[in-house]
Design a protein. Structure first.
Ligand SMILES: Nc1ncnc2c1ncn2[C@@H]1O[C@H](COP(=O)(O)OP(=O)(O)OP(=O)(O)O)[C@@H](O)[C@H]1O
Ligand SMILES: [Mg+2]
Length: 308
């Protein structure tokens, strides 16, 4: 642990500037800037094809950007990987065949300057339950746990995980996130890509929403929700024009299906007052906080036209 090549700066872990990558005509990532502080847990959240994997692969030096720079602990991605500072779980790539799980994790541990004990990586990841099985005989969820064990055994400062809980069942997910929390509590930094809005909301300190290769929003989960107003009001109200609902204070969006109306509001108190004062026949009123799901849809819809 006293290896000076592993000394890292206490502040910024990742600084990416102007990251850009195209595949033919597909502009996968466009001038993306990102600065991540040490000890935080950051979710890259976005739909299929948003550019999450391309971003992650550029961050860890697997893909060369067309333009832009990445610095990890003040080094290039390759230097940081070589110094054992990065543990990664990529979205693709098979496990090596004809080895047992334990043999594979032991082999990977040997690559790193200050690895975690193999048994510890196996037990944190839950792969200890099938440590003696051949890797080619594992289920999808078991394979995922082995990939996690390999990322953990690096004992890295930064863990980069591309959809780490894909293929895990409910219990597997819970175990995974508990392990991740323990890891982050030691002052380590975690970046993970996910489609799961609840997962980003529950486990990240910060959410970077990616849409069409760009950052559509960036902040604490609560800030992301506040960005789009935060409250949803549902009610039953016959024979009303959408434009009359849109005119109520605080309303940012209106949806009507028959008598059922749904309003997005950034000031639900004012909206409710206006609603009750204006429409005597309104009933069945229900107010709830807008979840990340709504925030996500609204924000990504906004940037749909950004393809040009
Ligand atoms: N090697 C490649 N060759 C051609 N196109 C690619 C390649 N890799 C990615 N793309 C394209 O770049 C865009 C971004 O892909 P990327 O894999 O980064 O998305 P993602 O956000 O990780 O999606 P998912 O949630 O499905 O994993 C997509 O349109 C994809 O088809
Ligand atoms: Mg991906």
């Amino acid at each position: 642990m006293t290896d000076p090549s592993r000394d890292v700066s206490p502040v910024d872990t990742i600084v990416a500037r102007g990251l850009t990558k195209s595949f033919g005509a597909v502009r996968a990532v466009r001038e993306l800037d990102l600065t991540l502080q040490r000890g935080t847990s950051v979710a890259l959240l976005g739909p299929n094809g948003a550019g999450k994997t391309t971003t992650i692969d550029m961050l860890i030096g697997l893909t060369k950007p067309d333009a832009g720079t990445v610095s990890l602990f003040g080094r290039s991605p390759n230097e940081a990987v070589k110094a054992g500072l990065i543990g990664a779980m990529t979205q693709t790539g098979q496990l090596i065949d004809y080895l047992s799980v334990r043999e594979l994790v032991t082999m990977m541990a040997a690559i790193y300057p200050a690895p975690l004990a193999v048994d510890e990586a196996l037990s944190i990841s839950g792969a200890d339950a099938f440590a003696d099985r051949q890797t080619r005989k594992l289920s999808g969820g078991e394979t995922q746990r082995v990939r996690f064990a390999i990322a953990l055994v690096a004992n890295a400062e930064l863990l980069v995980l591309d959809e780490p809980t894909a293929a895990l069942d409910v219990e597997g997910r819970r175990d995974f996130w508990n392990a991740m929390r323990a890891f982050a509590a030691r002052g380590k930094t975690v970046v993970f890509a996910t489609h799961y809005l609840e997962e980003a909301d529950a486990y990240a300190d910060r959410i970077v929403l990616i849409s069409h290769g760009r950052i559509a929003a960036d902040g604490a989960p609560t800030e992301i929700k506040a960005t789009v107003g935060g409250r949803i009001i549902r009610a039953t109200l016959p024979d009303v024009e959408s434009s009359n609902l849109q005119a109520l204070r605080g309303v940012t969006a209106v949806d009507r299906k028959g008598d059922a109306i749904t309003l997005n509001s950034n000031d639900s108190d004012a909206t409710l007052r206006d609603l009750l004062n204006t429409f005597a026949s309104v009933r069945d009123i229900e107010v709830r906080g807008a979840g990340l799901e709504e925030a996500f849809l609204e924000l990504t819809l906004d940037s749909d036209g950004a393809d040009s």
